[in-house]
Design a protein around this ligand. Sequence first.
Ligand code: PEP
Ligand code: MN
Length: 342
Amino acid sequence: MIVVMEPGASEQQISHMVDRVESLGLRAHVIRGTERTVIAAIGDKREYTRESLRSGPGVADVVPILAPYKVASLEVKPHPTQLRIRDLVVGNGTLGVIAGPCSVESEEQILQTARAVQDAGATALRGGAFKPRTSPYSFQGLKEEGLKLLAAARAETGLAVVTEVMAPDEVELVAEYADVLQIGARNMQNYRLLEAVGKVDRAVLLKRGPSATIDELLLAAEYVLNEGNANVILCERGIRTFETHTRFTLPLATVPYLHRKTHLPVIVDPSHGTGDRALVASMAKAAVAAGADGLMVEVHPDPEAAMSDGYQTLNLEEFSTMMEQLVRVAAAVDKKMPPRLP
Ligand code: PEP
Ligand code: MN
């Protein structure tokens, strides 16, 4: 249920209603909008609870939340969320572009990439240090050494660092270095991991599982939000279908659909979504045209020599060209894009 407070409700009335909600055995989640505050009351929804809350001081109305996800829902927070993590601004009209190699490989590789993607207009650097690989014999990432290299690239460029965390007991370590904790597609339904990242003071980039429905993605986000971490970015990265010409099938209708259901920012990863360098720029432009709040793109100084995902990775020049083209697409759909460096 949502307890909608009157526009001028006092702090005392709000905290009184939070206490009331909790005393009824429900969890209270306060959302402060520009005009009024609402309290999402999550848990059992018996009719007498609704009646009883409706009579509280400063309460305008009590309405049921219909969506299976609650805190992520537009019913609870009707305005788009904008997240600001260092220079990475994502959501509510601003595009955040996260770019970098699939895996952090060396100091030279990550620094060179960081400088180039920043010049081209990216505001965050991606790079996997803990890599979820299909085969246990593939490169697994540089682990903490990789995190240190990412932090060094941030120290030089100021770019926000986005990197994956794979296990609950590694959250603390990764959070020491990262600005944004990436939950990989394979871990979208690792509920203990979702709860663990929900407890730390770092934004979370939640990638859609390749066989997860949109409702399952939103319910996964709900696990993070429920722990008190409101800084969640959703990422469409392609799903498994019968099609084999692309690594995954990238369903861009996810973007406008999600914007009708959730206030959370939605970005698209055209690299994993296509698995083909030749298709990445087109799908990046299409994603922005469809209303995406940002992109996550794999970029490497020498994709051919990359230790993972080289076939879907842009080189520095291709990325820069793509960004030039994106400026025009962004303008056509009234999105702000960070400026390229002179
Ligand atoms: C990645 O971003 O490098 C990655 C492993 O992506 P996904 O989890 O979407 O496969
Ligand atoms: Mn990759």
